[in-house]
Design a protein around this ligand. Structure first.
Ligand SMILES: Cc1cc2nc3c(=O)[nH]c(=O)nc-3n(C[C@H](O)[C@H](O)[C@H](O)COP(=O)(O)OP(=O)(O)OC[C@H]3O[C@@H](n4cnc5c(N)ncnc54)[C@H](O)[C@@H]3O)c2cc1C
Length: 240
């Protein structure tokens, strides 16, 4: 288990700045973010709403330009471009913040859900480093531990462990895709809010690449996400 002087959970309004102050003072700091860097303000709150307010303000001023002796012709709001600008501004803040933290001296960034093991310990997610040397069968992945989740986010490949008050050791495995035979392909279910959130994150990442190929915002993202998550759980070909 790695020891830190401070563990910051969440990269919302206070997290990144307290991290910077602590790391700047030479403390060894871990930052854990389970979702989008920047939290509510950057991704769904202040910044996106204010970029849309700015667009509305521009439209309002342009619409009233004649009152000020300025002729701009007819004014039309292109919502697709308004939303694309909003997404771009949010993305710039999000990635800027993430890069800042990842490149910060004395700071280690973990992406995942932080849980308290006890009053003073937070479990560290780990994965195997790919060397499966051992005599036990079936081999338990993770004997040689590397910090962070499995880079491929393979099913049963990311772990966390804890010890209960009786001293028993426990190991969690992350299930990203259920093995065939354990699911009804006609029904899509999630065991917990965390499982659902993780599925959303994987769909979001894949959808980001899809939008990049598309070269524009995909207004039908809910259908795309739904198709992706259903196909993933059913083990069928994923939308590309
Ligand atoms: C539509 C909207 C508009 C807003 N506009 C304004 C505005 O103009 N001005 C203003 O001052 N405020 C505004 N707000 C409010 C502002 O966004 C919030 O007050 C602020 O973002 C709260 O910051 P926070 O750091 O407390 O929480 P959050 O921003 O929610 O950050 C918490 C972070 O912690 C992470 N996290 C939580 N639990 C865990 C865990 N167990 N493990 C790992 N990570 C975890 C989350 O993923 C998240 O990234 C707005 C809010 C909304 C919804």
């Amino acid at each position: 288990m790695t020891a830190y002087d401070a563990i910051v959970i969440g990269t919302g309004q206070a997290g990144p700045y307290v991290t910077s102050r602590l790391a700047g003072a030479g403390m060894k700091v871990a930052v854990i973010e389970r979702n989008a860097f920047g939290g509510t303000c950057v991704n769904t709150g202040c910044i996106p709403t204010k970029t849309m307010v700015a667009s509305a303000y521009a439209a309002r001023v342009a619409a009233r330009a004649a009152e000020y002796g300025v002729d701009v012709g007819s004014v039309r709001v292109d919502m697709k471009r308004v939303m694309a600008r909003k997404d771009a501004v949010s993305k710039e803040s999000r990635t800027g913040l993430e890069d800042w933290l990842r490149n910060m001296e004395h700071c280690t960034v973990y992406q995942g859900h932080a849980r308290f093991e006890s009053a003073h310990e937070v479990s560290e997610v780990f994965h195997s480093d790919g060397v499966y040397a051992g005599t036990d069968e079936p081999y338990l992945f993770g004997r040689r531990r590397t910090g962070g989740p499995d880079p491929e986010r393979g099913s049963y490949r990311s772990f966390a462990s804890f010890r209960d008050p009786d001293g028993n050791g426990w190991l969690f495995q992350e299930v990203t895709t259920r093995l065939a035979g354990r699911i009804d392909s006609g029904a899509t279910t999630f065991a917990s809010a965390n499982d659902l959130a993780a599925a959303f994150r994987r769909a979001e990442a894949a959808h980001g690449k899809y939008e990049a190929r598309l070269g524009q915002r995909d207004a039908n993202w809910p259908e795309w996400y739904a198709a992706y998550m259903v196909a993933e759980q059913a083990g069928k070909e994923l939308p590309s």
